[in-house]
Design a protein around this ligand. Sequence first.
Ligand SMILES: Nc1ncnc2c1ncn2[C@@H]1O[C@H](COP(=O)(O)OP(=O)(O)OP(=O)(O)O)[C@@H](O)[C@H]1O
Ligand SMILES: [Mg+2]
Length: 283
Amino acid sequence: MTAPWVGSKVTDNAAGRVGGWQKKEGPDHTNSFSSPHFKPAIPRYVIRSLPKQLTPSMIAELRAATKEYQTGDQTIVALQPTTLQVNEGELTLIIGPSGSGKTTLLSLLGCVIYPTRGDLWVDGQHINRLGAAELARLRLQTIGFVFQNFNLLTPLSAEENVAMPLRLQGIGRRETRQRVEAALDLVSMADRRRNLPRQLSGGQQQRIAIARALVTNPKLILCDEPTAALDVHSFTIVMQELRMLADQGKSVAVVTHDPRLKEYAHRIIEVENGSARDVSDFH
Ligand SMILES: Nc1ncnc2c1ncn2[C@@H]1O[C@H](COP(=O)(O)OP(=O)(O)OP(=O)(O)O)[C@@H](O)[C@H]1O
Ligand SMILES: [Mg+2]
């Protein structure tokens, strides 16, 4: 069925008019995106009135992607051909035993390594075709990383650590201050902003690391064993925060070998011997 808004505004045009724009005389460049005369077939006011998301929006996709490592004359297949999508608004758990290929899968999604074969798209970009500098830019703008050991810079305070990605992006001081404050508020750590990492508990350091990962407003947040160094109380807080970020629209992928994390997941991908499969039986 045709959507009601298509009728009069887009297709019922007086001769020579398309969506309210007058057709130009001379060569028709309107189909060329690079043309200065390019106008979309559907006017912007109609596009703006569309529902925001009809289907979950995909942020990353692997198609028959593999990863092999060469050590001497030995080839290690870390990831067998894998096809999967990661969506915004979902917390995806990547679970499996040690050495199964979880970090390899996360590193592909994080544009840290290229697939050996197959294809990878992240935020609409075909990663196979990008060079190292373009990948670095994509990582900085689109992806936030959270690691098991927090990886905070020890001589810097909590707020200086959180500000670091914004400094790398060249954001001004005033905006940096506001965004750091908002990120620290979100993880309830604003009152500890001036503390050094060693003055914070493991759980608090991880929350600072989460604030650092989300301060650039990335679409994709990748976490490798984020709770492995935490006690039960901190573990719960960290997982609740990651789940909240996914519920607010971020795509969050969490690698773990801990089945307790399953209750926080929208989707579960099991990895075994380099083979990944979606085992979510709920949505
Ligand atoms: N840089 C590398 N060079 C050679 N082999 C590697 C490299 N990185 C990973 N591997 C191998 O690839 C396989 C998958 O490793 P990966 O780190 O992805 O496992 P994992 O599931 O994250 O394990 P863990 O739970 O112990 O962190 C392992 O056999 C590992 O030894
Ligand atoms: Mg790992």
